[in-house]
Design a protein around this ligand. Structure first.
Ligand code: AMP
Ligand code: TRP
Length: 324
């Protein structure tokens, strides 16, 4: 059976961009593949976190994994820090990753630009991500478009290791959707929807109430042309709303644009509110039915399963590199 691995950081508000761009795919993949989905809490530490808030966010993200329909009977759900091999392999991989490669990562450039005290962890973040993926002989990694460059680096690191030390790692393929892989902010549609941007109106959290969803979508920035067609360059705001409708209804963007041309932006927004509230309702009902004990049990059993596989890979790598 082919292996799938992905991770989400337990920070900010998990939003509809995370869900439609990546997490919805996790659920679809769990029936056909052996899946590992991780709460990447060590990655969260690359920027300052309040310890109590982080502790809660880790449990909250695990609860969201269950609420979107991931089934611990089919899929391994765990927290990265519960499996020490992630940190250990990350160090080994950092030693074969080049400074120049990490300097070219656009996520690092975006997150560090203009900041004074940027942690070294933020810089070496992609090597930890490579470790996450390579520990499990992963074939496929479902992610949003913003992770493409990190995946390319992961592949380069895996190939470099295999060339230098002999066949060891499976070289993973990214799975990036054609539509929905980059959901944009509702208030600034030139930028991607972000978990941690200060302006909450730009994102729809998976836990937003129907009233909040309505307010955010009805106020979403569009343009003054009032003619409906899909063109992300010319009409980023409207095209983002069409995309949100398209991925939630499994209809093409052309189809949606044709339906609303003539009906106007207001009708599209109203219908999008209804569809989105409905998507979130299913997730929130489940979210509210899960107990904290259940989450802890899932994470603990998941880590036990992950640890066995990860340890084996780590030992193989250590031996190949001349340790042990
Ligand atoms: P993160 O919030 O950075 O941990 O991202 C979790 C997953 O959601 C990753 O696969 C990201 O690529 C994906 N993602 C994050 N933001 C967006 C967005 N605005 N649109 C689509 N996918 C996204
Ligand atoms: N860097 C990813 C993000 O910000 C999160 C992540 C960490 C990840 N490790 C991973 C994603 C391994 C896929 C596979 O979204």
């Amino acid at each position: 059976m082919t292996r799938v691995f992905s991770g989400v950081q337990p920070t900010g508000d998990i939003h509809i961009g995370n869900y439609l761009g990546a997490m919805k795919r996790f659920v679809e993949l769990q029936d056909e593949h052996e899946c590992f989905f991780c709460v990447v809490d060590l990655h969260a530490l690359t920027v300052p976190q309040n310890p109590d808030i982080l502790r809660n966010k880790i449990l909250q993200l695990a609860r969201i994994y269950l609420a979107i329909g991931l089934d611990p009977a089919k899929t391994t759900l765990f927290a990265q820090s519960h499996v020490p091999a992630h940190s250990e392999l990350a160090w080994l991989l950092q030693c074969i990753t080049y400074f120049g490669e990490l300097s070219r990562m656009t996520q690092f450039k975006d997150k560090s630009s203009g900041k004074e005290n940027v942690s070294v962890g933020l810089f070496t973040y992609p090597a930890l991500m490579a470790a996450d993926i390579l520990l499990y002989d992963t074939d496929y990694v479902p992610v949003g478009a913003d992770q493409k460059q990190h995946l390319e680096l992961t592949r380069d690191i895996a190939q470099r290791f295999n060339n230098r030390f002999g066949e060891t790692f499976v070289v993973p393929e990214p799975l990036i959707s054609d539509v929905g892989a980059k959901i944009m902010s509702l208030t600034d549609p030139e930028k991607k929807m972000s978990k941690s941007a200060e302006d909450e109106m730009g994102r729809i959290s998976l836990l937003d109430t129907p009233d909040m969803v309505k307010k955010k979508i009805m106020r979403a920035v569009t343009d003054s042309e009032n003619c409906v067609y899909y063109d992300p360059d010319k009409k980023p705001g409207l095209s983002n709303l069409i995309t949100l409708m398209s991925v939630q209804t499994n209809r093409s963007v052309e189809d949606i644009a044709a339906e609303y041309d003539g009906k106007g932006y207001g009708q599209l927004k109203k219908d999008l509110v209804e569809v989105t509230v409905n998507t979130l309702k299913g997730i929130q009902d489940k979210y509210n039915s899960i107990s904290e004990d259940e989450i802890r049990k899932v994470l603990s059993e998941g880590a036990d399963k992950a640890r066995v596989i990860a340890e084996k890979t780590l030992q193989k790598v250590q031996q190949k590199m001349g340790l042990r």
